[in-house]
Design a protein around this ligand. Structure first.
Ligand code: ADP
Ligand code: MG
Length: 436
């Protein structure tokens, strides 16, 4: 059920779904425009007709001249250029300035949703930590069997998981000493299985061992202490027998603690989500100041967790790096991938942090907020301008003051409003992530 290709297929479907959308606010603007344009045309015609038939003209103009002027001015001033420019220009400048600081924004939707984000979910391995664990100890249980490190390294040759890197590095003898299996199976979020000469080999966590009928609960009792120190342990088995385990440690990223405290200051609820054991998860989360965490989550459970929070009404930003995070990244309102992450994670995310710096998560959310403020400012401008301009053009002030917006002025005002919206968007160029 957890084969890589099924996960891949799911992820591809999710990414497709996510990428179909426009920015929601743009859809709203489109909907408004769709009503606004015909409404203004009708207003312009009605105003023009009523000046034509129910007035004697005004000042130098006869009623027909007046009607034509009103018609032209109203149509010109109501041209929804500023309204149309408000969103795309701000988004363009926003994504551009983001790229300048290594925040690669792929999903426009996400930039907008970062405005509403109230929950930040972080993966552990490769996100909070550097994702390059190193092996600290190898324990051999069954001295008669093959060397567990050799078996693990052989199984992991095709894997891109950080654990695979650590094991291969620790066992860096020449490849002739690796076993070539007939078949290797990747069980997402659990580990790997290999088959050779009718024997079954496995490397992975407790869940995988139990699935294979290997009892490790006693071992885990003995390992409680190192597990609570934040060490990750993977077991190695051959033919349903434990032959050893490998202990490894990963380092936190330099900016992890700061990034988390900044995220909290932004008012976000911060949650850690990991496939690793509960003891390890608990230690790491305490170390970085996260109070809520979910451990031993398989890839589909990570996605389900995000969905659950969304159903509870949260807007969720999820940040991760692995194949195991991809589905969750795709489902999250704002999916953020570490630049060094796996290809599928980068593909599934809306935003990629090219600098692999966790502080950039906070920057991204702030950029999203700044961009949305711009869009709202722009729309406000465009709206006020129409609200004032259209009645003037329709001749609202003629009878009281004798003043009518001439078509040339209407055209000038329309151009000016577009220019001011573009200019307002351009000021976003000066945005800077504020660092520590
Ligand atoms: P994380 O959320 O910490 O990035 P994963 O979901 O990728 O973790 O994996 C969860 C657990 O499954 C790991 O802690 C490890 O015990 C086991 N596991 C996953 N992939 C592998 C692998 N390639 N080799 C060994 N163990 C693995
Ligand atoms: Mg990870």
């Amino acid at each position: 059920k957890y084969h890589d290709d099924t996960i891949l297929a799911n992820v591809i479907a999710l990414v497709d779904e996510a990428q179909m959308g426009k920015a929601p606010i743009q859809r709203l603007v489109d909907r408004i425009s769709a009503i606004f344009v015909p409404a203004v045309v009708i207003c312009a015609i009605l105003a023009s007709l009523s000046w034509m038939f129910f007035s004697e003209g005004y000042g130098d103009y006869n009623s027909t001249e007046l009607a034509i002027m009103v018609l032209v001015s109203t149509l010109v001033i109501a041209c929804p250029c500023a309204l149309g420019l408000a969103t795309p220009t701000a988004l363009m400048v926003g994504t551009g300035v983001g790229a300048q600081y290594g925040l690669l924004i792929k999903g426009i939707d996400a930039l907008q949703k970062s405005y509403k984000t109230n929950t930040l979910i972080l993966d552990k391995t490769g996100t909070l930590t550097i994702g390059k664990p190193s092996v600290t100890n190898v324990k051999i249980v069954n001295a008669e069997a093959d060397n567990p490190l050799m078996i693990a390294a052989s199984l992991e040759t095709g894997s891109t998981h950080p654990i695979a890197g650590a094991i291969s590095k620790a066992y860096s003898k020449d490849s002739e000493q690796l076993i070539i299996f007939d078949k290797v199976e990747n069980i997402g979020g659990m580990g790997l299985l290999g088959y050779l000469d009718g024997k079954e080999y496995a490397v992975g966590n407790q869940a995988l061992m139990e699935r294979k009928g290997v009892i490790v609960s006693d071992t885990i009792q003995d390992l409680k202490e190192i597990l609570t120190n934040g060490t990750t342990v993977v077991f190695v088995s051959k033919d349903q027998k434990l032959i050893g385990w490998i202990e490894m440690e990963d380092r936190l990223r330099e900016t992890t603690n700061l990034a988390i405290s900044k995220a909290k200051n932004l008012g976000l609820e911060v949650i850690m989500l990991t496939g690793d054991r509960i003891e390890t998860a608990s230690t790491i989360s305490k170390e970085v100041g996260i109070t809520r965490f979910e451990a031993e989550s398989k890839p589909d459970e990570k996605a389900a967790f995000v969905k659950k929070l969304q159903q509870e009404g949260s807007t969720v930003a999820m940040i991760g790096d692995g194949v195991n995070d991809a589905a969750a990244l795709a489902i999250a309102d704002v999916g953020i991938a570490m630049g060094a992450g796996s290809d599928i994670a980068l593909e599934a995310a809306d935003i990629v942090l090219l600098r692999d710096d966790l502080l950039d998560v906070v920057s991204t959310l702030e950029l999203g907020r700044a961009t949305m403020r711009k869009i709202r400012g722009n729309l406000g401008w465009a709206f006020v301008y129409n609200l004032v301009g259209i009645p003037l053009a329709m001749g609202a002030l003629i009878t009281s003051t004798g003043w009518l917006l001439p078509p040339a002025f209407a055209a000038g005002a329309m151009a000016l409003s577009s220019v001011s919206v573009v200019f307002n968007s351009l000021t976003l160029k000066s945005w800077k992530p504020h660092r520590a």
